[in-house]
Design a protein around this ligand. Structure first.
Ligand SMILES: [Zn+2]
Length: 310
């Protein structure tokens, strides 16, 4: 079978929150099989445990925010994307502020953190959510569709009325290696006029050229330029990997978005979970695994399986 995973050893990371500007400390600890990903948000004497599930999503306007009992954790998507790509099913995350640290605006620091933590498999089979019927969510000109696939595939199209971005398209079949190389380095981006507006409203206080690509009227303001010519659409894919992890199980399906964002990603996950006839749980036997290994398919993270049963 494919076993569930957690991290091998406890690791810590600190950094500022994009919106609050606060310095935030976060500790990732191994968790038992069946725990899922759980944030333990502390404020003063209080600690509230918030499962990283779509049922706990309370806001998707600027970032994906989960909350419970009056405490919340914002901007979980880059960390969640890295956990998904590494196949981590179970984890405790202690956090002492309202946001996951933004770090450099990409998932690369989380990749380094998980490499430091290492992986440990747990004695329980991992369940996958295999999409069986196509689904679509339309919200104005934004659109998301999900169709059956033997892999976890993502395709994103974006279109901005700005010469630095214009139209970008990218399609990926997710694996740990692909994520680390092609998606994790892609940074958050924003337009200078929006950043100024957010700052005037007490948001984006921690935002700087150190943790986001900032787009001026005619050019990118970051002196180092872009990490990829299509960094923007790559970041959309990175966000989607994190947002779709809130289904609670790794997905085997092909998700396509047009002008996508946290809001429509969340709507799609909710629609999926509300329609059990559109998917089923799949687990893999030793024989399936043998076949996959024989076919040269890497199976450790389990995000890149090519098997015949789906
Ligand atoms: Zn993002």
């Amino acid at each position: 079978m494919i076993f569930q995973c957690t991290i091998h050893q406890t690791v810590m990371i600190s950094g500022v929150g994009l919106h609050s500007g606060q310095r935030i400390n976060m500790t990732l600890r191994p968790a038992e099989a069946g725990t899922g990903i759980v944030f333990h948000r502390t404020e003063g004497e209080r600690t509230v445990s918030i499962e990283a599930l779509s049922t706990n999503v309370i806001d998707t306007r600027l970032a994906t925010v989960i909350g419970k009992s009056g405490l919340s954790v914002s901007t979980i998507e880059h960390l969640m994307a890295a956990l998904t790509a590494f196949g981590i099913d179970n984890l405790h995350i202690d956090i002492d502020g309202p946001e996951v640290p933004i770090l450099d605006g990409s998932a690369l620091p989380y990749v380094a953190l998980l490499e430091q933590a290492g992986l440990r498999s747990l004695p329980r089979s991992r369940k996958y959510l295999a999409v069986r019927k196509p689904m679509t969510v339309i919200d104005g000109e934004k659109r998301a569709t999900m169709i059956p696939s033997r892999f976890f595939r993502l395709t994103a199209d974006i279109a901005f009325d700005h010469p630095c971005i214009a139209q970008q398209h990218r399609s990926v079949k997710l694996s740990t290696e692909l994520f680390c190389r092609d998606l994790a380095p892609a940074r958050t981006f924003g337009f200078l006029r929006e950043v100024e507006f957010l700052k005037a409203n007490g948001l984006a206080r921690g935002g700087s050229l150190e943790n986001a690509v900032v787009i001026g009227e005619e050019r990118i303001l970051n002196p180092e330029g872009l990490r990829f010519s299509d960094e923007f659409v790559r970041h959309k894919l990175l966000d989607a990997v994190g947002d779709f992890s809130l289904a609670g199980f790794p997905i085997l399906g092909h998700i396509k978005t047009f002008k996508g964002g946290h809001d429509i990603n969340h709507q799609m996950v909710e629609q999926l979970l509300a329609a059990p006839e559109a998917w089923r749980f799949v687990e893999f036997s030793d024989r399936d695994l043998e076949e996959a290994l024989h076919a040269g398919v890497p199976v450790f993270a389990g995000t890149d399986l090519a098997l015949h049963k789906i």
